[in-house]
Design a protein around this ligand. Structure first.
Ligand code: 475
Length: 834
């Protein structure tokens, strides 16, 4: 195994330049140096972007020594490491997080103030790297933060998409997508390392070669690829919270090979060859925006193999000592598969071991099985990735062959264990036969992994009982749960400085890295003074939100109403429709005179959601929300007690201002459909009360905060399953519930579409005809829960008591705890000594 490029590794003996002085003067000096020498400008002429870039690089300098030291220690001590493989990292802005991690917030703002610069203004200049779709991508970002804060030797591997998740705009209330050109203004947080490029092969064919003579002859396979691309690594710092540990996130960018071999392509066809080059560079061009319903696009499979092949090669070549005996790989790494997107890593490691390292098949399989663990993030059948065999065989012929052999041996095991149960064999096969032959990536992952985990108790239970039940019967010990978590650094300490101060004043600042200590706040829930101060924080956060939305979107939100928030990807199973039906019902009540204004608790309903561009029903629902908003907000009476705000382009930055201001958190998916949810945790930690179903991690939130501080409604998972089994007929609810009928009729009659009955017809007929996620079945129960919300909100003291208890009892949802669970149950790695 040759090393790529001639690179000297940092070793213990490499002298490290000293960090800049952590003082205001030191910071000013370093900052001006950056502005002059790197940005090439002077203060008087510097643009906001110049100033931002110089600030980002200055902060980076303070973290550099820790980064180099962490890397050196890792290389020197060769501990077991976690390699997190994820096609998405939804990082959010970096500046503030880095400042907080390095404990430089005050120094930086003082230093810049002395130069007449407002740090707050520079913060706004950062375009967040939106390299993920939603929950799964944000989870990966939280996890690498926690791993660094816990000083676990870890590396995140992923893709440096040139375009992240699309920028959402509304035109007449309908979603339009614009490219997210996040790199345009420069990318001060990344370090390109073209000298560490990795070559990745695709296509071609497999040759069978015979080695040896006569009876000793063995047939081996040799992959003759058709084309290649290069992967260039870009490194990002992942700073732990004030602990001197800075881990690495390594994202791969695709580039065409240098000495382009024209013969590989259509011989002599120059134009065709160049076209193919562009094609190669397309691989890391854009993030696929489908959340939960991936499409079987060839380019997507190319992306998956591309980053995984780069990452495995990189780990073996760069992080292990030269000549390391790969038989011992499981002692040194756990590759954590973030859903099925990186599962092609399994046949890739087999290929490396068998074809390149000369391992016998069984030896290679033992090593491979020891190196991988798989996290599943869904329960929806349409979200389980499946790759048509002809597509996979065309792109990765040797990998397909390897998958077939893995499957043959696996099915042999199933036959033996089941007494030749042919139906079971067909059900469990890695290869599906219908509608066409295809590779079931979740099955491949489950067969290969040491451990398979779901992301909340209920989800893991349903994986064992339903989605992967056959596998759980065969290998019960393989299955485990790790309930998701969120990083308290970004989502409390950074996003909610006022609450953070209040907490720290009460219990000290240990909670930031030990979130269970929030428990110490419990007695303060009964302290009227503390509750008053808590309310002050909420209301200041509402002011901050109002400012933010006024500036960003020109949206005016009142600051003295209940803030009712539903933010997440738009999907039918999440049931944004249910909440808009509640809004319509309130509107209808007031307009029809059945509901007096005085009887309504004034509320502002905020939505944030992107729909996958090809998901027509989701886009319809976005249109409906915006059209209802327009009618409600412009109605002279209704708008006195009810407002709807739908800021476009919901992202991590918006979440950070919105969540700390929220009173009510909407977590209203149909039970059994939301694997976990992580927004739900962020709201609870910021003192919002949840209205929610018994789904995903809501179940655990409710258990911890207590029934009195959570508004539960709706069918349970077993109930929903029973209703579906018996034959669900949504029209019955329409016929029997007059309030529901009035709300649906308003939509159908064109109340929100200028009298046009066609506009939202698809939504209405879907709800009345199929209603796959039982919106109508849960409608009344939801309405009743909203009534309980109103009653509770009328008593501010009782409400804030519940809110404080939500904060105090949600420490469990720190991603630090998730990491401990992964370490104990799956990874068995340990912190680096510092
Ligand atoms: C779950 N994304 C949440 C969260 O565990 C859960 C799928 C296909 C292609 C691209 N992205 C996806 C997801 O499946 C996803 O985000 N799943 C979510 O993972 C973290 O909290 O319940 O829906």
């Amino acid at each position: 195994r040759g090393r790529v490029g001639s690179v000297t590794r940092v070793t213990e003996s490499t002298p490290l330049i000293a960090s800049p002085e952590p003082s205001v003067e030191g910071f000013v000096r370093e900052y001006l140096r950056e502005l002059n020498f790197t940005q090439g400008t002077v203060l008087e002429r510097a643009s906001t972007n110049d100033k931002y870039l110089a600030l980002a690089r200055t902060v980076r300098h303070y973290l550099m020594a820790s980064w180099m030291r962490t890397t050196s220690e890792h290389l020197r001590t060769q501990p077991k490491a976690v390699a997190y493989l994820s096609a998405e990292y939804l990082l959010g802005r970096q500046l503030d997080n880095a400042l907080i991690a390095a404990d430089l917030t005050d120094i930086a703002s003082e230093a810049l103030a002395s130069l007449g610069i407002d740090v707050a203004e520079l913060r706004e200049a950062e375009v967040e790297p939106g390299l993920g779709n939603g929950g799964l991508g944000r989870l990966a970002a939280c996890f690498i933060d926690s791993l660094a804060t816990m000083a676990i030797p870890a590396i995140g591997y992923g893709i440096r998409y040139e375009y992240g998740i699309f920028r959402q705009k509304f035109e007449d209330g309908w979603q339009v997508e614009k490219p997210d050109r996040w790199l345009d203004n420069g990318s001060p947080w990344e370090f390109a390392h073209p000298e560490h490029e990795v070559t990745v092969s695709f296509g071609g064919h497999v040759e069978t070669v015979s080695e040896g003579e006569g009876a000793d002859a063995v047939e081996t396979s040799r992959w003759v690829p058709g084309w290649e691309v290069l992967g260039v690594p870009y490194n990002y710092m992942v700073p732990g919270y004030r602990n001197g540990c800075v881990n690495t996130l390594r994202l791969w960018s695709a580039r065409a090979t240098h000495a382009f071999n024209l013969e590989t392509f259509n011989y002599g066809d120059y134009a065709e060859a160049v076209r193919a080059q562009t094609f190669a560079e397309n691989i890391s061009k854009v993030l696929y925006p489908e959340d939960s319903t991936p499409q079987g696009k060839e380019l997507r499979l190319q992306q998956q193999y591309f980053f995984v092949a780069c990452s495995l090669r990189d780990f073996i070549d760069q992080l292990l000592p030269q000549g390391f005996d790969l038989h011992r790989l499981p002692e040194r790494v756990c590759f954590q598969l973030n859903d099925t997107h990186p599962v092609i890593a399994v046949p890739e490691l087999m290929r490396i071991l068998v074809d390149e390292e000369g391992f016998a098949w069984d030896e290679a399989w033992e090593v491979t099985q020891g190196c991988f663990a798989y996290t599943c993030h869904t329960l929806l059948p349409e979200a389980l990735e499946v790759w048509p065999v002809d597509l996979l065989g065309r792109l990765l012929p040797r990998h397909l062959e390897i998958i077939y052999r893995i499957n043959d041996e696996f099915l042999e095991e199933v036959r033996e264990a089941s007494g030749d149960d042919a139906v079971l064999v067909r059900r469990m096969s890695i290869i599906a036969e219908h509608p066409g032959r295809a590779v079931r990536m979740a099955h491949l992952a489950t067969v290969a992994a040491t451990k398979v985990n779901g992301v909340a108790e209920l989800h893991s239970q349903l994986l064992r009982d339903k989605v992967l039940a056959d596998f759980a019967r065969l290998w019960p010990e393989k299955f485990t749960n790790v309930t998701n978590g969120v990083t308290p650094r970004r989502f409390v300490r950074m996003a909610n400085p006022r609450l953070s101060e209040l907490i720290t004043e009460a219990i000290g600042d240990g909670w930031v890295t030990d979130l269970d200590r929030l428990r110490e706040l419990e007695p303060l829930a009964d302290d009227p003074e503390f509750r008053r101060r808590f309310r002050e924080v909420k209301s200041a956060n509402k002011e901050r939100l109002a400012d933010f939305l006024a500036r960003r979107d020109g949206i005016e939100v009142p600051v003295d109403t209940m803030l009712d928030v539903m933010v997440k990807r738009l999907h039918e199973y999440k049931r944004q429709t249910l909440q808009i039906l509640h809004v319509i019902t309130l509107y209808d009540g007031i307009v029809s005179g059945r509901l007096a204004l005085e009887d309504v608790v004034p509320r502002t309903v905020v939505f944030g959601a992107k729909a996958a561009p090809g998901y027509a029903m989701a886009k319809q629902i976005i249109g409906l929300i915006n059209h209802v908003a327009a009618v409600v907000n412009n109605h002279p009476e209704v708008s006195r007690v009810l407002r709807v705000a739908f800021p476009a382009n919901y992202n991590v930055t918006v979440a950070e201002t919105l969540i700390p201001a929220a009173d009510l958190s909407e977590q209203i998916s149909l039970a059994g459909k939301e694997a976990s949810g992580t927004g739900n945790m962020k709201f609870a930690l910021n003192g919002a009360l949840t209205i929610g179903t018994d789904d995903g991690a809501n179940v655990e939130i409710r258990q911890l905060v207590g029934d009195d501080h959570f508004f539960l409604f709706g069918l349970t998972e077993p109930e929903a399953a029973a209703v579906a089994e018996a034959g669900y007929r949504p029209a019955t609810y329409y016929e029997e519930n007059a309030t529901l009928r009035r709300a649906l009729d308003l939509i159908a009659r064109g109340e929100f579409s200028g009298g046009d009955r066609q506009t939202f017809e698809p939504i209405v007929s879907n709800l009345l005809g199929e209603d796959r996620f039982m919106v109508l079945a849960d409608y009344q129960s939801y309405l009743d829960a909203q009534q309980r919300v109103e009653a509770a909100y009328r008593d501010p003291d009782a409400w804030s008591r519940s809110a404080v208890l939500n904060v105090a009892r949600s420490g469990f949802f720190s991603s630090d705890r998730s990491m401990r669970d992964y370490l104990d149950r799956i990874w068995h790695a340990e912190p680096l000594e510092s």
